[in-house]
Design a binder for this molecule. Structure first.
Ligand code: FES
Length: 162
């Protein structure tokens, strides 16, 4: 691709953050006035293990050019080993994207503790530049069904029977 082709392109990146670490790291970066590009919209989850893979596919199908997944460092998850679950999902999602003809670099996993605001800002800045180089995500991505949210009182096993 010719140099500078996407110079004017401002990528939209959805960032899923863990309440206990990366969300606080982003907050720390803000209070310490460490600057990072405003291209990332952060969504707070209680843990990276809460990340349903359909959240990522849906974000890409609905307008995001890339998705950032962040969580506590391995061994430091507040819910024991849920960030390993996030790691497995990230690896799987990369393979799925590749099969769909989408650059796997469009989903990134970053570990960041609550004290690593500057590091998170640096990673976000680098990611924005990399996605800018890749250019806008070519759509359409296949439609992604919304995750099923059980109604109050609905037996959990009903979902498994689907
Ligand atoms: Fe942060 Fe699990 S509590 S990744």
């Amino acid at each position: 691709m010719p140099k500078g082709e996407h110079d004017q392109f401002e990528p939209v990146i959805l960032g899923f953050t863990c309440n206990w670490c990366s969300y606080r790291a982003a907050d720390l970066a803000g209070t310490a006035r460490v600057k990072y590009p405003p291209n990332v919209r952060l969504v707070r989850l209680m843990c990276s293990g809460r990340l349903d893979p359909t959240f990522v596919l849906r974000a890409l199908a609905d307008g995001a050019d890339a998705v950032l997944i962040t969580g506590c460092h391995p061994g430091e998850c507040h819910y024991l080993e849920q960030n390993y679950k996030a790691l497995r999902r990230w690896l799987l999602l990369r393979r799925v994207l590749r099969q769909m003809g989408v650059e796997p670099e469009r989903i990134r996993l970053v570990w960041a503790s609550a004290a690593e605001g500057a590091k998170l800002a640096e990673m976000i800045t680098a990611m924005v530049e990399e996605i800018r180089t890749l250019g806008p995500l070519r759509r359409p991505i296949l439609p992604v069904p919304a995750p099923h949210v059980p109604a109050p009182g609905e037996p959990i096993l009903a979902e498994a029977a689907r």
